[in-house]
Ligand binder design. Structure first.
Ligand code: ATP
Ligand code: MG
Length: 418
């Protein structure tokens, strides 16, 4: 037997209801906020990710699925979608539009990580990117969308953590102060962090190793080294969140795993997910469009991990009353009459099903129960001869007769008022 790949999961029909609920909510909310969908490719040139995410990040150093195309060029399965969205934004000159470009996307991402609960090698994200606005209002709009999304779905104990990484110009001075501190505590840091000190010292703050976290607990904070403009921006974002009554926690360690972030960064966590409890994260990336060869364009966005969101979704969110109609037809005349009823019900958008392998009323009713039908239409030869059907309420077991010709319309009314 050929098995699927480690860390790459099937989403089976029994789970798909939860996925559809989450995806529908995401799509609706993004549209309500004025975002429009963009669909970017699943693979791009390796250079795009190396240049945008940053050469000395975990993703680019060890997590990318990179392969050589037949002409020798290097391609990579996307580990995230912001790089692709920015490339498309530049390539199709979307910056020339007189309206601000607010985009959203869905789709699979690929990272070669150690598979565990909530951490896969193919996983799915929903995300938004808001281009062209440097004002704190854009950060607030995006964060409020993210917060509302998880709140709407009823995810338990949500926490919004927020930090400011300052402008690109604030970093060098801070890096020095931080390095000075890290050097004093170097012997307590993991091998990875010692290496990061040389390549990307900010990432040390993000290390999950408990000893590293303890060693850096009193590290100097980036937020104490912000320029006046960066400080002003951060304060305005926080004030905006306060005025919308969106609760947040300041987390000076939140540096995020991608190099392109500037100013605001944020992450939302929920409970019951164990160690992998971040369901969504994002931030501002004012330099990225220019880095990739486009015009200077401020931007802010987030990405939601859909696997973790689906895992954290309370079961009450998924229990919608069934509107399924099962058609139980049998006998020489009954069977074709049943076909007709199914055809007519489906024509007016009623969810209708049968099991074509089954030919007795008893087995039909068993299948109707298994499928969770709310009503069953029964048609045997006797009913067909009289142009009648019997409607059975699967909960109360009550049965009523109806003329065959009026089934579709009566059921529509009955289901809509149920
Ligand atoms: P983490 O710290 O959990 O590794 P990250 O900083 O790598 O997250 P982002 O790149 O910002 O995550 O992606 C946003 C969201 O995508 C995360 O909050 C998480 O919910 C989800 N995510 C990231 N990597 C994975 C993965 N390997 N499997 C499943 N979901 C993931
Ligand atoms: Mg990660």
């Amino acid at each position: 037997m050929i098995r699927g790949i480690k860390g790459v999961k099937d989403i089976l029909p029994d789970e798909v209801g939860r996925w559809q609920l989450v995806e529908t909510a995401a799509r609706r909310l993004a549209e309500v906020y004025g975002f429009r969908e963009i669909r970017v490719p699943i693979f791009e040139t390796t250079e795009l990710f190396a240049r945008s995410i940053g050469a000395s990040t975990d993703i680019v150093e060890k997590e990318m699925y990179t392969f050589q195309d037949r002409d020798g060029s290097s391609l990579t399965l996307r580990p995230e979608a912001t790089a692709g969205a920015v490339r498309a934004y530049i390539e199709h000159n979307l910056s020339a539009s007189p309206t601000s470009q607010k985009l959203y996307y869905f789709g699979p991402m690929f990272r070669h990580e150690r598979p565990q609960a909530g951490r896969l090698r193919q996983f799915h994200q929903f995300g938004v990117e808001s281009f062209g606005c440097a004002e704190p209002a854009a950060d607030i709009e995006v964060i409020s969308l993210l917060w509302r999304f998880f709140s709407m779905l009823g995810l338990p104990d949500l926490t919004l953590e927020i930090n400011s990484l300052g402008e690109a110009g604030d970093r060098p001075a801070y890096k020095e102060v931080l390095l000075e501190f890290l050097k004093k505590h170097e012997e307590k840091l993991c091998q990875n962090c010692r290496r990061r000190m040389a390549t990307n010292p900010l990432r040390v703050l993000d290390c999950k190793v408990p000893e590293c976290r303890a060693a850096t607990e009193h590290a100097p904070k980036l937020t104490d080294h912000l320029s006046a403009a960066a400080r002003g921006h951060f304060d305005a974002v926080l004030a905006g969140l306060q005025s919308l009554a969106i609760p947040f926690t300041l987390n000076p360690r939140l540096v995020r795993g991608l190099d392109y972030y500037t100013l605001t960064t944020f992450e939302i966590t929920t409970t019951h997910l164990g160690a992998q409890n971040a369901v969504g994260a994002g931030g501002r990336y004012d330099g990225l469009v220019e880095t990739l060869g486009g015009p200077k364009t401020p931007a802010v966005g987030f990405a939601v991990g859909l696997e973790r969101t689906v895992l954290a979704l309370p079961s009450t969110a998924v229990q919608t009353p069934s509107k399924l109609v099962y058609v139980a037809s049998f006998g020489l005349q009954g069977q074709p009459a049943g076909q007709r009823v199914l055809y007519d019900l489906r024509a007016i958008g009623i969810q209708a099903n049968t099991d074509n392998r089954v030919s007795s009323l008893k087995s039909h009713l068993k299948q109707a129960d298994r499928l969770g039908a709310s009503l069953t239409v029964i048609i045997g030869d006797d009913e067909a001869a009289k142009d009648l059907v019997v409607i059975r309420d699967m909960t109360t077991k009550e049965q009523v007769e109806l003329p065959l010709s009026s089934v579709a319309n009566s059921l529509r009314t009955r289901l809509n008022t149920a």
